[in-house]
Design a protein around this ligand. Structure first.
Ligand code: 4NP
Length: 156
């Protein structure tokens, strides 16, 4: 399984999602790939926002070595699932699909934990109090993704 987490800047939400997912993949000894990126270009090459780093670290996840990059069409070839944080990320990524196969890879991350609800992971950039609740939402969704896959694996 190859998973891509996408937000706007790739310095707050999606690096936290990458870090959480990486941590869970290692814990479950899965051979999965996870990466993250942003639809915007402003923060390319930057480390995650210090508030995102601090939040993840408080939960035992080190994301200090991640660096921001921008989403590109090649990501549709590289990844099986593309999880976006909000509706704006969703429309930006969908505007780049080449075919139905690309489109089917894209979903809001919180649909993993709240199916069909189309809930968004709110942008914590302008509101520091959102970092912890956002982290917990991301953690719950990542947990569901892993459990859904392990459930399938356990049937065989
Ligand atoms: P992110 O948060 O999309 O979760 O990484 C943001 C980071 C930077 C900006 C907006 C959102 N910005 O406007 O620079």
């Amino acid at each position: 399984m190859k998973i891509l987490m996408v937000c706007l800047g790739n310095i707050c939400r999606s690096p936290m999602a990458e870090g959480v997912m990486r941590y869970m993949i290692e814990k479950n000894q899965l051979q999965w790939k996870v990466d993250s990126c942003g639809t915007g270009s402003w923060h390319i090459g930057e480390a995650p926002d210090s508030r995102a780093q601090r939040t993840a670290k408080n939960f035992g996840v080190d994301i200090s070595d991640l660096r921001a990059r921008q989403f590109s069409q090649a990501d549709f070839d590289e990844f099986d699932r593309i999880y976006v944080m909000d509706q704006s990320n969703y429309s930006n990524v969908l505007s780049m699909v080449r075919n139905e196969q690309d489109r089917l890879k894209v979903d809001l991350l919180l649909n993993a934990s709240h199916p069909g609800k189309n809930m968004e992971v709110e942008d914590p950039w302008f509101d520091e109090s959102l970092f912890i609740p956002v982290y917990k939402q991301i953690e719950q969704a990542c947990n569901q993704i892993i459990n859904a896959e392990l459930g399938i694996l356990n049937k065989f």
